[in-house]
Design a protein around this ligand. Sequence first.
Ligand code: 3HC
Ligand code: NAI
Length: 675
Amino acid sequence: MPAVTVEFAENLAVITINNPPINATSHAVRSGLVDALADIGQNSAVSAIILSCHGKTFVAGADIGEFNQPARDPLLPDVILALEASPMPIIAALHGTVLGGGLEVALGCHYRIASATTRLGFPEVNLGLIPGAGGTVRAPRLIGAENAISLIANGKPISAATALDWGLIDEVTPADNDLLAAAVAFANRVSSLRCPPALATATTNSQHPANIDWESLTAQTAQKARGAIAPVIAVKTIRKNLGLPADQALAHERQQFVALRDGEQSRGLRHIFMAEKNVAKLSATRDITPTDLATIGIIGGGLMGAGIATACLLAGYDVVMIERDDAALASGHENVSRHLQNSLKRGIISPSRFDQLLAKLTGSTNYAALAPTGLVIEAVFEDFAVKKDVFANIAATVGSDTIIASNTSYLDINALAGSVASPERVIGLHFFSPAHIMKLLEVVCTDGANPQTLATALSFARKLGKIAVPTGVCDGFIGNRIMSAYRKQCEYMIEDGAYPEQIDAAMTEFGFPMGLFAMQDMAGLEISWKTRQRQAATRDPAERYVALGDYLCEQGRFGRKTGRGWFMYDDAKSSPRPDPDVTRLIDQESARKGIKRRPFDQIEIINTIISAMQREGDKILQEGVAQTADAIDVVMINGYGFPRFRGGPMFMKHNQASSALQNFTLQARKPSPLR
Ligand code: 3HC
Ligand code: NAI
C-alpha cells in the first residue's frame, strides 16, 4: 500500500497516511501528501478534505532515521504550508499519539478533531530538538504563548480533553472507531464556510503576552534542564518568534532546529532513544513466544522485594510474597501498601484501583503458597548461603518450568543456578531502587539459561514498563561493575589532591543529578564497608587500597541518615555541606601515605571518571557481558544518572573528536551548593 492514498466520496476527499509503525513524516509521506493535494486540486467536486492515518496512531513525528541523512525535498515545513494554503478546509482526524511533526501537520490543517484517547505533544526536546516545521510559530498563535511554552519546553504530551480546553483541537469524539464518521460530519458542516485564517501567514502577531517574565522563565528552564540546551532554545525561539512576522518566524525556527539537529546533544539523545528501543532485541529470542505469566512469587518484602512486588501489581500481576516470619511478612505488606499509597497520592491510581491492587497481594511464610506462580524472584539478604537455601526451597515447591530469578547485586548467579534442578530456568533480574519507579532492569543471562527463559524474562520486563538490558554474569553485571571502576578512580583522586565536594561539583556540572560522594551518602556507606570487609581476605595486596570510606564508617559516619558521611547534613532534607573534619582526615591520609597532594580541575576530574567508565566498558564488551556498546550507555543513563544528553560514555568515546574529553563543554548553571 502506498504511503499516502486519496479517496473521493461525493464532495469530500479523504487523504490517508499509511507508514507503519508510527506514520512518521518520512520522504514517501511528504511527497505523497504533495501529490495528494495536487490530485485533489484536479477534482472540482471537492469542497473539504479529511486527513487521517491508518494503523494505531496519527503521525507521531518526523522520521528520526532521516535526521542523519541529507534532507530530501519536499521538506516538512513546505508540505505543511501547502496544506495550510489549501482553498478547501482540511480537517485532521487524530488518534493515538499526535507528536512532533505529526502535531505540526495537524496545525497546518484548518480544523482538528480527535478521539478521546488521543495524546498530543511536542516531544522534540527529549531528542535535543525544538519543533522544526512551524510548531513554535503556529502553536503560540493558536493556544497562547504560555500553553505553547509548556507543551514545547517540557516535551510532555497532553490529553485530548486538555487539548480541547486549550483550543488546540476543535472537537473530541468518544472512540477511535467513530472518528472518521465524526470527521465526515464535521467536514460537511464547515465545507461551505471560508477557511479560517492560516496560522502562519499572518504578517503581524497580536499574541505577544505582556505578563511573561521571560528572563526568569529562561533561567528556570535552564536550571531544570541541567545542561540540556533544547528546552532553553525552545523558550528563546518562542519568545523571538512572537515578535516576528510569520514567514521570518518560520525561517528562524528552522535555523534553530537545524543547528540543534546537527549538534552533539541531539545526536546523543537520538542515539539513546534508538538504543533503548533496540537493546533487548536478541537474535536468540526472536522466534520464541514468551510464556504467559499471571502470578509472580517474591521472596523477601524488604526494600527491593516490596518495590518489585509493587511494580508487578501495578503491571497487573497477582503477587505472592514469602517472608521469614509473620512480623517480616506484615512489614513487607506494609511496605507495598505504602508504595501504592504514594501512587494514589500522585494520581497514578484511583482509590478503587488501590484496593484492587492490594487485594492481589497475598503473603505467606510457607513456600507452598508459590504453587500457582510462573516466575519467582528472590530479593533476600545479599548472602550466598541464604540465597542458596531460598533457591532450594523454591525449587522444591514449584514446577520445573517455573522461572527462578535472583535480584542479587553481585553474587554469582551461575553458581546459584547450578544448585537447583533445571538450571536452564534460572535468570537474574537486577532491579534498581526504588524498583517500582526506576526504569532500568538488568536481565542477567546465566550460562545455562535457555532462550524460553530469556524471552519470558524480557517480555515480563516490558510488561513492567522497564527498559530491559540483557547482561552476562560477572561481578556487578554492567552497571555496578562500571560504577566500581570509576569509584576507585574517584577515591584515588581524593587521596591525590581532590576533595569530595570538588568531584561532586564536576559531576553535577557535567550533568549528573548528583555526585558520586553525595550518592554514596544517600545510599548509606555501611553496605560497601561490609562488602570490603568480606573481600579483605582475598584482596590483591599489591592493589592500591583507599581506606577513607572505612575510617568514616568506623566513626559512625554512615551517610545522610546519620547526619554525617563524606559530607555533613543539617537535617534529613538539607543539601550536603563539606565537612572540615573530612578534609582533615583526607589530608592526614595523603600525608600518611606520602602522597604530595596536587590540584585537580573539573575537566581532569571528568576525564578521569569518563575514561574509567569507557575502559571498563571495553572490558565488559570484550568479555561478552554486554552485547553492544549501546547497552552500556542505556545502563549508565537509566541507572546511574549519566546525563542523557551526552548519549552515554561509549557514545562519547566513539562520537567525539580524538581529544574528545578535553573539549566537552561544562554547562554554566546555578552554582552547586558544594562549590
Ligand atoms: N522515527 C522513526 N522511528 C520511530 C520513531 C520516529 N520518530 N518513533 C518511534 N519509532 C519506531 C521505534 O524505533 C519502533 O521501531 P521497532 O518497531 O523497529 O522497534 C517503532 O517505531 C515503535 O515504537 P515504540 O516501540 O516506541 O512504540 P510505542 O507504541 O511504545 O510508542 C511512540 C510509540 C509514542 C510514537 C514512541 O515511539 C515515541 O515516543 N516516538 C518518538 C516520537 C517523537 O519523538 N516524535 C518527534 C520526532 S522529532 C520531530 O517530529 C521533528 C519535527 O518537529 C520536525
Ligand atoms: P532488605 O534487607 O531490605 O530486605 C531483605 C528481606 O529479605 C528482608 O525483609 C528479610 O526479612 C527477607 N529475608 C531474608 N531471608 C529470607 C528468607 N530466608 N526467606 C524469606 N525472606 C527472607 O534488603 P534489600 O535491600 O531489599 O536487598 C535484597 C536483595 O536485593 C539483595 O540481594 C541486594 O543485593 C539486592 N539489591 C539491592 C539493591 C538496593 O538498592 N538495596 C539494589 C539492587 C539489588
